[in-house]
Design a protein around this ligand. Sequence first.
Ligand code: ZN
Length: 177
Amino acid sequence: MKRKKIPYGTKLPVKLTLRERDLISNETFCDPEYIKLAVVDGKGIKVDLSLDEIEDIQGYVAAEANHTEDLKLQKELDRLSDKLQVYLDTYDDQDYEQSDVFTQPIDPFSKDAKKRWDKIPKWAQTKILDNVYCGKCMNMVSIVLETAKIQGANLILRGKCKTCGHEVCRLVEPEND
Ligand SMILES: [Zn+2]
């Protein structure tokens, strides 16, 4: 399963039962600072944790599960460890910047496309790049340019919607000069 990329350090709302909170506070050497920030939510607690913090806690819980000789406690710790593991399997806050949706290649222009593009005044270039129709947003959006090629008489700009990552394309007709 591909993990969902999130910006580094994003806090995720983690729900724990009171028993799970006690397991973390009492049975592990985990820094209870995290848990102090928890708010009571129904029958349990809710605490906002980053993936690093979740990984930390999960490490302590798993280690304690390995060491304990109390089988019932071990089962509880294992279950808690699995529950925290789900967050680690679902999200990834490491390579967000490199995510292909948001990356802009260094030079998307072919040689002739570059020539044509350079003839367009800067203000008009910006206007073109910021006014591309996105079929998913159903609105004019900014394009994250991936390729720019001359096709027939037109300059074709292809890339992704800056807002949602959907494929977008913009045709620039030749100037009438
Ligand atoms: Zn879009």
